[in-house]
Write a protein that binds this ligand. Structure first.
Ligand code: ZN
Length: 376
């Protein structure tokens, strides 16, 4: 049994047994939070008072870990920590890890906690004698190092984390994110949000098959963007045609068997790239690659106005036959390019099974994220 699971059962024991003289929730008391009056808002899972107490205590625990991370000298000088609760009510905690200035050696608090939770669950599984590993995450409680009195916006997952979270393997439609946020009156609140609110619609299943017979669907935001950027339908057809040719010719994806091609319009020019596999799991992501080509050519004024993306839909777990939508457009890459060279109005042209759906980045990834590490 892990330290966290001992602690969880300890807390539950205290709630039910109500042993007097001890403080099962020291942080709620330390921070002087009136738990019954603590407002809660959002559209996440409905929780009872006992869960509200646990979630608040776990958020405060994460806050203290985030503070400790800064004190320990994390190079971003920003602390984030997350407490994860699995469907069997076990908790695990993790904080942001930043080893260098490069993202290859950085892990956000959420992913750090997911890893801790996964390892804790595996240890329990290995000792259980069971043959069925049922690991699903119920709550993601995200906290920052910022003093509670200074908190304005709740912590939300970045696009790198969302790329991890956008899978049905360990998360489901009930997974809820909790965080602290101040309401308009300046009162500290508990905010709950469904993880799916931050993720692209799961119905956007990409297809590898394309023909001109496919009907086109345009969202109203897409029509506005086509006017704004002066992109006629013919340009979209041209972009798709170019991308499909590349898709059929892409031989670089032969190791992973996952073919992706991406073509973009930047400053009225088309730039394309194919997914290139180095190994089964290491590859060049074509959206970033196509964008890099455009930026190199168009320089600082590079403006990406449309993205066409062809990909393979999903993979299947051979043991459980569960299907995972892991072939979608890269959230991680979208997060990178829209920081500067694209924006929420940029067109996103998705080749789906039954139609070509033309939407915008803002519709696909609706939440605007607050980013900004200052590394000194
Ligand atoms: Zn993140």
């Amino acid at each position: 049994m892990t330290i966290n699971s001992i602690r969880t059962s300890h807390i539950q024991f205290k709630i039910h047994q109500n042993i007097s003289g001890e403080k099962p929730f020291p942080l709620i008391e330390k921070y002087g939070i009136n738990i019954e009056k603590l407002p809660i808002f959002g559209n996440g899972a409905i929780i009872n008072l006992q869960e509200k107490i646990q979630i608040t205590e776990r958020l405060l625990e994460a806050h203290e870990l985030a503070v400790a991370n800064i004190k320990a000298g994390n190079i971003t000088k920003r602390g984030f920590a997350t407490n994860i609760c699995t469907n069997d009510n076990r908790w695990s905690i993790g904080t942001n890890f930043n080893n260098t200035r490069n993202d290859i050696s950085s892990v956000c608090g959420e992913r750090s906690a997911i890893l801790a939770s996964y390892n804790d669950a595996l240890i329990r599984f290995s000792k259980s004698g069971s043959n069925y590993f049922n690991f699903k995450i119920k709550y993601i409680c995200m906290a920052q190092s910022e003093d509670l009195s200074m908190i304005k916006n709740s912590a939300v997952p970045c696009e790198d984390c969302l790329s991890w979270l956008n899978t049905t393997r360990y998360f489901d439609d009930n997974t809820t994110i909790f965080s602290f946020e101040k309401n308009e009156k300046g009162i500290l609140c508990l905010k709950s949000a469904k993880l799916t609110d931050f993720l692209p619609c799961k119905d956007y299943k990409l297809s590898s098959d394309y023909n001109l017979e496919k009907p086109f669907k345009y969202s109203s935001s897409a029509i506005n963007s086509m006017e704004k950027y002066a992109i006629p339908e013919e340009d979209i057809l041209l972009l798709l045609d170019k991308n499909f040719k590349l898709y059929k010719e892409n031989l670089f994806s032969n190791i992973s068997n996952q073919n992706i091609t991406c073509s973009i319009i930047a400053n009225k020019n088309i730039y394309s790239a194919s997914k290139i596999d180095w190994t089964k799991r290491w590859f060049v992501e074509p959206l970033e690659y196509a964008a890099s080509k455009a930026i190199e050519q168009e320089k600082e004024n590079c403006k990406i106005t449309a993205i066409a993306y062809f990909g393979d839909n999903s993979s299947v777990n051979p043991l459980t036959k569960e299907e995972y939508s892991d072939g979608g457009i890269s959230i991680k890459s979208l997060g990178r390019i829209r920081q500067k060279y694209a924006n929420p109005d940029t067109l996103l042209i998705l080749n789906l099974e039954n139609c070509v759906n033309v939407i915008t980045i803002g519709e696909y990834l609706p939440k605007k994220f607050i980013q900004g590490y200052k590394i000194i």
